[in-house]
Design a protein around this ligand. Structure first.
Ligand SMILES: [Zn+2]
Ligand SMILES: [Zn+2]
Length: 235
């Protein structure tokens, strides 16, 4: 993970950057690492879990498909759009507004992710900082256990098993795509991945969202800005 280490010049810019409450980003990062990241946390392992959980689930779902009709394949684009809407609404409301019962999500996102990363300092310093970007494994299992699989089961019971499995596979693929894109936006400047033309454009949108003055109002899609365009919150 050598490429993930910040240069001295970049570190200096961290020290100078201040978060809205006056605490420098560097100081907040030190505090977050000491208080929020368990000693035995393994960033590469966390990323491996995200990838293997998603690909494993996708493989199981695809293995269940049989004689898929043209209509059933429509599940893929419909689920993709639905996931894009959930991403937009979840980020705009649960992550940037304190809603009853969802305070933990607000605290982790607006209170931690946005203080760890600002538009002036988007880059993580090492794989240890993956903790500030990726969903915790328990939350991933909880989220899919509570939402994706029950919805898939309801679809299966009320109609087509193919539609249900395509829903599960697309939801997992979308989730994996979300995590990998978001992690790419926060990789060090030297990373070639974040400089690829399409990715660089998406990163710029997310970087603007990390401006503390804009974060609660613009660029809520973290992947593709479909609903930001529709709701006119893209800048
Ligand atoms: Zn971010
Ligand atoms: Zn945000």
């Amino acid at each position: 993970m050598q490429g993930l280490v910040c240069s001295p010049a970049a570190m200096e810019s961290v020290v100078l950057m201040e978060s809205p409450n006056g605490e420098s980003v560097a100081r907040y990062r030190d505090r977050y690492r000491a208080e929020e990241i368990p000693r035995r946390y393994w960033g590469a392992g966390h990323l491996a879990f995200v990838i293997l959980f998603s690909l494993g689930g996708i493989a199981i779902a695809i293995s269940q498909l049989a004689n898929v009709s043209a209509w059933a394949w429509l599940t893929v684009p419909v689920t993709f759009l639905y996931a894009n809407l959930v991403e937009y609404l979840g980020h705009r409301f649960a992550m940037h507004r304190k809603l009853p019962g969802l305070g933990l999500i607000y605290r982790r996102h607006a209170g931690q992710h946005h203080r760890f990363f600002t538009d002036q300092h988007m880059e993580l310093d090492s794989a240890h900082d993956f903790r500030a970007v990726l969903f915790p494994p328990l939350l991933v299992i909880f989220f899919f256990g509570l939402f994706a699989f029950p919805v898939g089961m309801v679809i299966a019971m009320s109609g087509s098993a193919n539609v249900a499995w395509l829903f599960v596979a697309t939801a997992l693929a979308y989730y994996l795509n979300y995590e990998l894109l978001h992690l790419t936006y926060h990789l060090p400047r030297e990373s070639r991945l974040a400089r690829l033309p399409g990715l660089a454009r998406l990163k710029r949108l997310h970087q603007r969202h990390h401006n503390p003055k804009l974060m609660a109002r613009f660029n809520f899609n973290i992947t593709y800005p479909i609903f930001d365009r529709l709701f006119r919150t893209r800048i």
